[in-house]
Design a protein around this ligand. Structure first.
Ligand code: ASP
Length: 346
């Protein structure tokens, strides 16, 4: 980069950060009243050290986004990243599906330039709205040369989080996000980013780049959520849907009641790719810990929660992969993100 100020492109994809409420104290708000230009204009000093460009891609809450829209977002980000007059990209996005969006972008986009997602837990009109600060810090991250080659990241509530590890862990708190299984790669002191880790791309960063040029068709992937005494009902519902892939949000480290495990194996025997994740907040499901040690066609999700497992499984199935290959993909998320290999008990 050889110019006075880095050029950062801000893409708005809706969400609470672009929302406005009827008053500064009410919880209810309209999710997407503000454009990217409005968001940028609301942050004093944002363009002091960088040149900002902005455009609005979606104007919905992220509960209404899915693979079809994320593919459009990824295509947009990739086009921006290829431009010589863009040094970094910030995506403002709703927080509800921020973790899937970040993982999705990580799996398809290929660029050395920082791609930083952010959002807000409070609408723009709220007392102590968090959006302007989050956007400011996201722009700082997107223009940081040390973050080049670090993959997709999320900046929120003063933290820099590796995109694929982002988890929303609280419905309303400002500190709703964390990185799992690692931790934050950095923290902000106002406009200063203090890196505590060397940001690294996700284990499968850019592995599904070919999907950027394909149609938006993703195979149906279900998530079956278990609860005490549920019998095999959560699986049976999906059995009838003829889905090509199913993620089970099982108990603990992948345990399942016998009816669930039997129904899951039947489904796998019929050609559905079944991944076992967990309904707990911090997921670790390995072959040794899940019900049915011998797998029986069931694939452990490693550290991926059900929604991220569904994202990866969707890509794998769209690429025509079968259970054994899909298992290898998920195995990459069983290793510690800092490279300490997971050792299976003998
Ligand atoms: N429902 C909103 C969304 O995800 C919540 C938020 O952005 O915080 O768009």
């Amino acid at each position: 980069m050889n110019r006075a100020k880095p050029i950062i492109h801000v893409v708005s994809a809706g969400g609470t950060i672009a929302g406005t409420g009827v008053s500064a104290t009410e919880f209810t708000y309209e999710s997407v009243e503000l454009s990217a230009a409005d968001l940028v204009a609301a942050v004093d000093g944002l363009d002091r050290d960088v040149e900002i460009r902005a455009d609005t891609l979606f104007t919905v809450g992220s509960q209404d986004l899915g693979p079809v829209q994320w593919l459009k977002l990824a295509q947009h980000v990739q086009v921006l990243a290829a431009r010589s007059d863009v040094d970094g990209i910030v995506v403002t996005h709703g927080t509800d599906t921020l973790e899937e969006a970040a993982f999705f972008l990580d799996l398809v986009c290929r660029t050395e330039k920082p791609v930083v997602l952010t959002g807000a837990m409070r609408p723009a009109t709220a007392l102590s709205a968090d959006g302007p600060r989050n956007l400011y810090q996201a722009v700082v991250a997107a223009s940081a040369p040390q973050l080049r080659g670090g993959g997709v990241m999320v900046v929120i509530n003063g933290l820099l989080l590796p995109g694929w590890q982002v988890v929303k862990a609280n419905s309303i708190a400002l500190d709703a996000f964390r990185a799992y299984p690692g931790g934050p790669a950095g923290r902000f002191m106002g406009g200063t980013l203090i890196l505590t880790e060397t940001p690294r791309p996700a284990p499968l960063a850019g592995a599904f780049h070919g999907h950027l040029t394909k149609s938006a068709d993703f195979p149906l992937v279900g998530i079956a959520y278990v609860h005490g005494g549920c019998g095999d009902a959560p699986i049976r519902v999906w059995h009838e849907s003829k889905c090509k892939g199913l993620v089970i949000a099982a108990f603990g480290a992948g345990t399942m009641s016998q009816p669930i495990a039997d129904a899951a194996r039947d489904l796998a025997a019929e050609g559905c790719v079944v991944v076992v994740s967990s309904r707990v907040g911090e997921v670790a499901v390995h072959v040794e810990s899940m019900t049915g040690r011998g797998r029986g066609g069931l694939l452990p999700s490693g550290f991926l929660n059900p929604q991220k497992s569904a994202t990866l499984l969707g890509f794998a199935l769209a690429g025509g992969q079968q259970a054994p290959e899909v298992g290898h993909l998920f195995d990459l998320f069983s290793a510690h993100p800092h490279g300490i290999a997971y050792e299976a008990a003998s």
